[in-house]
Design a protein around this ligand. Structure first.
Ligand SMILES: C[S@@+](CC[C@H](N)C(=O)[O-])C[C@H]1O[C@@H](n2cnc3c(N)ncnc32)[C@H](O)[C@@H]1O
Length: 224
């Protein structure tokens, strides 16, 4: 597997799973990179929460890292930060942000969230605005679990569309068909928490930042 934008020589471990999300996100990547953060206060609260949970010696994996903005910010708080995304275009843009001034402990790799990557076991795994986009949520959570050390941290933010008003719920599949929106796995917050618990995690906290009540942040730990 190609891994063009990283400083480490070690390749990823590929399990040759399909990259179903790639075409949509490859097309969206330049626009996504230009788009300002929707709710800057909520974004900074999320970063502050993550920074407070991470430790200086941690080896962190972020899955679905997009264009790498969050990775570059959180990497300053830890020892090593591996960031992956299923879209080559997203990872390509992330790679352009490496260089002078960027933290040197970050590596970007092209990988589906369902793939195991080199570097495991990690002390923490982050998945921001990702789980609702994967087709097999329990499968991805099993991969996250397999790559974490016991008591390792799993931090996620996930859009739970079952909490949306019905016109939005009806509209989403249409927008997906029209290729305006990505394919979304409909989830309620309770279902998401259950999936995470069923995968072998203890859910410690569920919270929201900002006005968006549809995208819970979940702090969980791999059961010992
Ligand atoms: C909404 S963006 C979020 C990006 C970033 N985490 C953030 O919070 O800004 C979703 C990202 O997930 C990636 N993605 C979607 N499905 C994926 C999958 N199955 N495996 C890995 N990445 C995936 C997309 O390529 C995209 O970069």
């Amino acid at each position: 597997m190609a891994a063009p934008f990283h400083r480490a020589a070690r390749p990823l471990v590929s399990m040759d799973r399909p990259m179903t999300a790639q075409p949509f996100w490859d097309r969206m990547a330049p626009k996504y990179a230009r788009k300002p953060v929707g709710d800057p206060d909520a974004y900074h609260e999320k970063l502050a929460l993550a920074a407070s949970l991470l430790k200086p010696g941690d080896r962190v994996l972020e899955i679905g890292c997009g264009t790498g903005t969050t990775a570059l910010r959180l990497a300053r708080h830890v020892a090593k930060y591996t960031a992956t995304d299923g879209s080559r275009a997203m990872i390509g843009i992330a790679g352009t942000k490496l260089g002078p001034g960027a933290p040197e402990n970050v590596t970007f790799h092209h990988a589906d969230a369902a793939e195991q990557v080199a570097g495991a076991p990690f002390d923490a795994i982050c998945a921001f605005s990702l789980l609702h986009l994967v087709e097999d949520v329990p499968g991805v959570l099993a991969t996250v679990h397999a790559q974490l050390r016991p008591r390792g941290l799993f931090l996620s933010k996930t859009v739970c569309t079952k909490a949306a008003a019905w016109p939005i719920r009806v509209l989403i599949p249409t927008l997906t068909t029209l290729r305006i929106a990505p394919r979304v796995t409909p989830l309620s917050r309770a279902e998401l928490v259950r999936h995470i618990a069923d995968a072998g995690f203890e859910v410690e906290r569920t919270m929201h930042f900002g006005k968006n009540r549809m995208s819970p942040i979940i702090v969980a730990r791999k059961a010992a």
